[in-house]
Write a protein that binds this ligand. Structure first.
Ligand SMILES: Cc1cc2nc3c(=O)[nH]c(=O)nc-3n(C[C@H](O)[C@H](O)[C@H](O)COP(=O)(O)OP(=O)(O)OC[C@H]3O[C@@H](n4cnc5c(N)ncnc54)[C@H](O)[C@@H]3O)c2cc1C
Ligand code: SF4
Length: 570
């Protein structure tokens, strides 16, 4: 985004401060400014200009290392981030440099924290898969006793899902499933012929219990709100000059800017939420300018923390005062606890005989989705909760020549004409049980580039996750067999927590102030004019990709905050 904002002065007062400009922060900025609040968005990273910074159309032959990456640079600056598929030769600019942004873990509990610090946050690199939660998810903690009961239910968030979907544009198909509610969809992307047939066969074989649909994704299949439909170029994680997928840079921040109420300040690392014990309210934030390291303070009537789950939790832990010696919002002792991620990657693949006359065209930036079917109607004996599956089908085309033997025109022609057989595969994305010892604390011995104590992350998979992983493989192999695949192989994943990039929890919502950090409106129990609306607020983690739930909760909380401000309750 090009900068056009007047430089805000330290000490200047705003109606609202939003920390972070990613998926959640963009929504907070849009909603608060559209309600008329003068809003300051503080973003730790620098600006991004799609015209010059997006790189999705650079072909491998125009890259210095032919899309293989500069290994020396990646090992030096991105030793952790390079574990994410999107942190590649041209996309690493949207990821943090690890040495500048350290975190620590116990030796026996690795955690992958993949993140970007720039205007737009990870809305530039995200995978765009979006699935509503249902009451199966909101009621899970109460029913099986793991974690605390959510203070809200599906009916509280359903209108906000619609609000978000109508604005950002979601393509998908309606399936009428209670566990995966339909949304307000643009036409879904087409399935391949193999996926269509497999979907029908799987439904029949499992009496309609297992439903394979096209992925529901925040990518346009027709013009929408001034943005163009997708042209299937396929490297979305590097940006999208046509804004065909949702980013805060292409959607929410321009809407906020159009109100005239937005001030966006990049290079602003928020180090603390300032608290006035007399008023029992936050007064604003302390910021370190990322470039000059100068300290600044900004005040506002409400503060929205949207810095991402771990960063917002860290910020609350850093905000210590005489009245909150263990961090702001920690009177219950739960701040930093119940951290979750999806355990994912185990599944199965197989060869689909036939269909030789068909091939795919373009790079569809989406796959298939198999809705959760475990512990929906019948209980599974080995584990609680469930998983969804994501995958797709295709034929290896000319690019398989990279690892085949041969040369010359005949060889190249054969790669185009004799395509490899069709393959179909999918892997599970599984719910993790909330556990108090899966925890973020501060590591006072390690500091980031700006002198701020680093997060220490101790999150581990446990028995329930391991049992579910095994079943992902078995269940997918069964479905491939029902679909008519042969040569079926299962695979397990060794991904540590964090790898799914769906980190959640740390400042969970709760019905009472003694069991969580936030109330049903995402307000910090101990400081009601502070709202936390990113993944930190999650009391459980469902199995669906979570970002649309953060967006809906953020829009809902912004509306509730404005109502409370108007009624002078804050
Ligand atoms: C490769 C990849 C694929 C993904 N696929 C999906 C998917 O398919 N579906 C899905 O739902 N999710 C997906 N995710 C996850 C998704 O990106 C996150 O859930 C989402 O971006 C979280 O939104 P957020 O606003 O909380 O955080 P972010 O989007 O990360 O934004 C946080 C912002 O806060 C800023 N910030 C942090 N600390 C501070 C501070 N102290 N002061 C000021 N600013 C600060 C950061 O610089 C950043 O810009 C994916 C992520 C990646 C990387
Ligand atoms: S595949 Fe579609 S959404 Fe992705 S970058 Fe290309 S045009 Fe944009």
């Amino acid at each position: 985004m090009t900068m056009g904002d007047p430089s805000p002065r330290s000490g200047q007062a705003y109606d609202a401060i939003v920390v972070g400009s990613g998926i959640s922060g963009g929504w907070a900025a849009k909603e608060l400014t559209e309600h008329g609040l003068k809003t300051l968005v503080l973003e730790a990273g620098g600006p991004v200009d799609p015209k010059t910074d997006y790189v999705e159309h650079i072909p491998p032959w125009d890259m210095r290392y032919r899309d293989m990456g500069n290994r020396q640079l990646m090992e030096k600056d991105y030793p952790i981030q390079r574990g994410c598929y999107a942190c590649d030769e041209v996309g690493h600019k949207f990821f943090v440099k690890d040495a500048e942004n350290p975190y620590t873990t116990p030796d026996d509990a690795p955690f992958r924290w993949f993140r970007g610090r720039q205007v737009g946050g990870r809305s530039i690199t995200w995978g765009r898969q979006v699935y509503r939660w249902s009451d199966l998810d909101f009621e899970a903690n109460a029913k099986d006793g793991h974690g605390n009961d959510w203070p809200i239910r599906y009916k509280d968030i359903a209108p906000w899902y619609s609000h978000v979907e109508r604005f950002i544009g979601i393509s998908g198909n309606k399936e009428g499933l209670s566990q995966l509610p339909d949304g307000e969809f643009l036409p879904g992307m087409p399935m391949t012929v193999v996926e269509r047939d497999a979907s029908a066969k799987i439904r029949k074989a499992f009496n309609g219990e297992r439903v394979m649909t096209i992925g529901r994704c925040a990518i346009l299949t027709q013009p929408h709100n001034g943005r163009l439909p997708c042209h299937y170029c396929g490297k979305c994680e590097r940006g999208c000059v046509t804004h065909s997928y949702f980013t805060s840079i292409g959607s929410t921040l321009p809407a906020a800017r159009a109100t005239g109420n937005l001030t966006l300040r990049p290079h602003s690392v928020v180090a603390e939420v300032l608290y006035d014990a007399r008023k029992g309210r936050a007064t604003g934030v302390r910021v370190i300018d990322a470039q000059t390291k100068q300290e600044l303070e900004f005040t506002a009537r409400v503060v929205f923390l949207c810095a991402s789950a771990i960063e917002s939790t860290r910020l609350l832990l850093l905000s210590k005062s005489a009245s909150h010696p263990d961090g702001l919002g920690n009177s219950s002792g739960t701040l930093g606890r119940y951290v979750m991620d999806h355990h994912y990657g185990s599944g199965a693949g197989g060869r689909m005989p036939g269909y030789e006359d068909f091939k795919t065209s373009g790079s569809r930036p989406n796959g298939i989705y198999i809705a959760r079917f475990r512990n929906v109607k019948t209980e599974h004996k080995d584990y609680l909760r469930g998983f969804g599956m994501q995958g797709g089908s295709g034929r290896n085309g000319w690019s398989r020549g990279g690892s085949a033997q041969g040369y010359g025109a005949t060889f190249k022609q054969s790669l185009i004409e004799d395509m490899a057989p069709w393959r179909l595969s999918a892997s599970g994305w599984g719910e993790t049980l909330p556990h108090p010892d899966n925890r973020i604390t501060l590591d006072d011995t390690v500091k980031d580039k700006w002198g701020i104590p680093a997060a220490r992350i101790d999150v581990r998979w446990r028995e329930n996750e391991r049992a579910m992983d095994k079943d992902m493989q078995t269940a997918m192999a069964e479905m491939l067999e029902a679909a008519g695949c042969v040569d079926i192989g299962t695979y397990g994943s060794n991904n540590p927590p964090g790898h799914c990039i769906h980190e959640m929890g740390g400042a969970r919502m709760s019905k009472t102030r003694d069991e969580g950090v936030l109330n049903a409106s995402n307000q910090v129990w101990d400081a009601p004019n502070v709202f936390v609306t990113d993944g930190a607020c999650m009391a459980s983690n469902g199995c669906q990709n979570p970002s649309i739930t953060y967006m809906a909760l953020t829009a809902r909380a912004a509306s509730l905050a404005v109502g409370k401000l108007n009624r002078r309750e804050l």
